[in-house]
Write a protein that binds this ligand. Structure first.
Ligand SMILES: Cc1cc2nc3c(=O)[nH]c(=O)nc-3n(C[C@H](O)[C@H](O)[C@H](O)COP(=O)(O)OP(=O)(O)OC[C@H]3O[C@@H](n4cnc5c(N)ncnc54)[C@H](O)[C@@H]3O)c2cc1C
Length: 464
């Protein structure tokens, strides 16, 4: 008997956990392939800690091949199109982006969602997003770059704009990002003699009355107060109206002199999902509680790209804790459908919601009970550390957090430019091209005593 071919599209919380279930089942009747455009699984709940230099970049990602080791194949590539009638997908990969056609008997859509800029003028070109590992690195670099420039004498006329950072969206991603970048900037500031704390502006723009509406009014208002105490300006009932190269206009008419807008205020369906001729609800794939698409045998969806009924007339929320659990149920349902067994509906009630809001403070609602302050922050760290896949990464994160108790945050930039080199045979050594950067460093180092400062911030500058 030939094997049942299952293609899982997307290596996020939904897709990976579905693949993991097949890996555990070790069922010889299935040939399962996970396709994802990155070779790693990103643990999004800790993303803001990378942007804020609390965690090393690679510590919140896991190579998918280290998780799916034996029974599920992994293919790194970008799914370009899906032919539902002929049951195959086209995947592009490699240096020259050549394509492969891959056939399936069952297909699982776990492609997540994309950032939505809602056609707001200037946003697409200028906003920094907060969804991928690359986004967190870009944001971290941007913060440090702006401190470096603002700290120079020639930055007088741009200093205010360079030191003003606006975050749009008072949901989990926006609040956690605001709290953590505020901490990073404040920690780094003492190392810039020309800069003073009062020059720094961090704003959080939110369309509702209070932030973190998912956690209710009490915790939302507590979060707003805590952020305000640490100097964050909260702008409730306000949206971003337009963005130019150095100005952010809000719906209340305010114009903010700033080069940086972090956009966490909207998501939209994945463009590939838009192209599919399948039933949809709010542009997401409309599936049954068992996560199959009725009338389309062998087509399944989960996570942020699916609308899964919750049996109370609503839909499952788009969170990691749901997507990962959906993955397990969905994999078992595919196996059941092949064997002609009954499918199980996905049933899950949110256990708790937690957010870290900076300076060892958190907010959490667990089994309906509210927590705030240090205990909630400690719960946030404990819960997510336990959920982070693989012992190695858990230990690395725990070590980063422990070292954080003794040292200030690191603010080196991650540079990705190629090192300087020349391509000129008249000046080249016999052995080949000379690397200028190396020569300069070597000359500087000759006969020089190194006098590196020890850890601990210098005193704050009193004048610019
Ligand atoms: C900053 C941030 C913080 C968050 N914090 C929390 C939290 O604290 N708790 C919580 O429960 N939830 C949190 N979430 C939400 C959570 O991350 C999502 O609900 C969850 O990731 C959804 O899982 P998914 O599998 O549907 O999508 P994703 O995890 O987004 O995975 C989609 C996958 O598809 C891949 N992909 C996309 N397009 C293609 C293509 N064309 N070809 C191949 N591969 C493709 C992507 O690379 C990715 O691997 C957070 C989200 C963000 C952005």
């Amino acid at each position: 008997m030939s094997k049942t071919r299952v293609l899982i599209l997307g290596g996020g919380f939904g897709g990976l956990y579905a693949a993991l279930e097949f890996e555990k089942r070790h069922d010889p009747d299935f040939e399962v392939t996970l396709i994802s455009q990155e070779n790693f699984f990103l643990f999004t709940p800790m993303l803001h800690e990378v942007a804020a230099s609390d965690l090393d970049v690679t510590h919140i990602v896991n190579p998918i091949r280290r998780i799916l080791r034996k029974h599920v194949r992994f293919f790194e590539g970008e799914v370009q199109s899906v032919n539902l009638a002929e049951r195959h997908v086209v995947v592009a990969h490699g240096l020259n982006r050549h394509t492969h056609s891959m056939e399936y008997d069952h297909i699982v859509f776990g492609l997540g969602c994309v950032t939505n800029f809602y056609d707001i003028s200037g946003l697409l070109e200028r906003a920094v997003t907060m969804k991928s590992l690359g986004d967190a690195i870009v944001l971290r670099n941007r913060l440090i770059e702006h401190l470096e420039e603002a700290g120079t004498d020639c930055a007088e006329k741009d200093r205010a704009a360079l030191l003003t950072f606006v975050v749009a969206g008072g949901g989990f991603a926006g609040v956690e990002t605001t709290g953590s970048i505020n901490d990073l900037l404040k920690d780094a500031l003492p190392y810039y003699p020309n800069l003073k704390t009062e020059m720094l502006r961090v704003l959080l723009v939110h369309p509702g009355d209070f932030v973190l509406p998912e956690l209710g009014e009490e915790l939302g208002r507590y979060t707003g107060r805590k952020l305000a105490e640490r100097g964050v300006e909260i702008r409730p009932n306000t949206k971003v109206k337009a963005v130019t190269s150095r100005e952010i206009e809000l719906t209340d008419g305010t114009r903010i002199d700033s080069f940086t807008l972090v956009w966490t205020a909207g998501t939209s369906s994945h463009p590939l999902i838009d192209q599919l001729d399948l039933p949809k609800e709010h542009n997401r794939l409309k599936v049954s509680a068992e996560m199959d698409i009725r009338g389309h045998p062998g087509v399944w969806a989960l996570g942020d790209c699916a609308m899964i009924p919750d049996q109370q007339g609503g839909y499952q929320p788009p969170t990691a804790q749901h997507a990962s659990r959906e993955g397990k149920v969905l994999a078992n349902n595919i196996a059941a459908s092949v064997r002609g067994d009954a499918l199980k509906p996905f049933r899950f009630k949110t256990v708790g919601l937690l957010a870290s809001i900076g300076r060892r403070t958190g907010v959490a609602r667990i089994f309906g009970i509210n927590f705030s302050g240090f205990i909630a922050w400690w719960l946030w760290r404990t819960v997510y550390l336990l959920k982070l896949p693989r012992l190695e990464k858990k230990l690395r994160v725990a070590l980063d957090w422990t070292l954080d108790l003794f040292f200030t945050k690191d603010f080196v930039q991650y540079l990705h430019e190629r090192s300087p080199a020349i391509d000129d045979t008249s000046t080249a050594h016999a052995s080949g091209t000379v690397n200028e950067a190396f020569c300069v460093c070597s000359e500087l180092n000759q006969g020089e005593e190194t006098d590196l400062p020890q850890d601990g911030p210098p005193p704050l500058a009193t004048k610019t």
